[in-house]
Every structure is written in C-alpha cells, then in structure tokens.
Design a protein around this ligand. Structure first.
Ligand code: HEC
Length: 124
C-alpha cells in the first residue's frame, strides 16, 4: 500500500513530462521537413520583373565573387554551373537563406535579390 502511494507521484510527473515533450517532438520533426514554404513564388516572380542585370553585377562583385569568381566559374568557393538548371525561386531561397557553407543574405531587399538573379541569368 505504502509502496504504491510512493510511486504514484513519480509516475504522474513522468507522464506529464512525456506528454509535454510530445508537442515539442512534433514541432521538431515538422521543423526538419525537407521542403518548407521557403519562398513565395508569386513574390519572386513579381520582383524578378524588375531585376536589373547591371545593379546585380555590382552586388555580385562585392558580395559573391570572392567565393564564386567574378564570372561565376568559382574561386575560393564552387562555380555556379548548376544555376541554369535552377528556378528563380530556388536561387532566391539560396541567396536569402544560405545553404551549407554558403552564407545567408537575408538582409538584402527583394530588389537586390532580383538584381543578383538577373545578373546570374545573363552571365552564368
Ligand atoms: C563564403 C563563400 C560564399 C559566398 C560569399 C557566396 N557563396 Fe554562394 N555558395 C557557396 C558555397 C560553398 C555553395 C555550395 C553550397 C552547397 O554545399 O550546396 C554555394 C552555392 C551557391 C548557389 C547554388 C548553385 C550551385 O551551383 O551550387 C548559388 C546560386 C549561389 N551560391 C549564389 C551566391 C550569390 C548570388 C552570392 C552573393 C550574394 C553568393 N553565392 C555568395 C559559397 C559562397
């Protein structure tokens, strides 16, 4: 009888702990889902309409060329050979959110990201 009463509070605590972790676990799993709503394709398409190749070239030289080379052929980082096979939204996602060793440029305006993509479309 005493044994049982002593166990009971401990079990209650354990159970509530487990229940508390369940939502957290779910959130963590959802957060790891490979395909998130990374970028809004409509927003990308709208911004791309005013993408400026020349402005993008200046940005590219100051921000990207050290790694990807002035012509996109690679320098301290890889070349941009995959760019022609990628969509505007995919490029947008990489620039804004980064990937692996590629830093994120989330501080750029939509116009600046569109300019960069326009430059890559014209030069890579
Ligand atoms: C510090 C080095 C570095 C800088 C600066 C950098 N990148 Fe990258 N970038 C990388 C690396 C490394 C990868 C490969 C990422 C991977 O492992 O998938 C990459 C991948 C990419 C890709 C994917 C295409 C491909 O062929 O892999 C694009 C597009 C790209 N970078 C664009 C840019 C742009 C635009 C800028 C400037 C705003 C920039 N990068 C600045 C290092 C850099």
């Amino acid at each position: 009888m005493r044994e049982k009463n002593r166990l009971h509070p401990a079990l209650t605590v354990l159970t509530s702990l487990a229940m508390g972790f369940l939502p957290l676990l779910t959130l963590a799993l959802v957060g790891c889902a490979p395909e998130g709503p990374a970028v809004d394709t409509a927003q990308v398409a709208q911004a791309m309409a005013s993408g400026d190749v020349q402005a993008g070239g200046q940005l590219y030289l100051s921000l990207c060329a050290s790694c990807h080379g002035p012509d996109g052929l690679g320098a301290s980082g890889p070349g941009l050979a995959l760019v022609p096979e990628m969509s505007d939204a995919e490029l947008w996602d990489i620039i804004v959110n980064g990937v692996e060793d590629m830093p994120a440029y989330g501080y750029l305006t939509d116009q600046e990201v569109a300019d960069l993509i326009a430059w890559m479309r014209a030069n890579v």
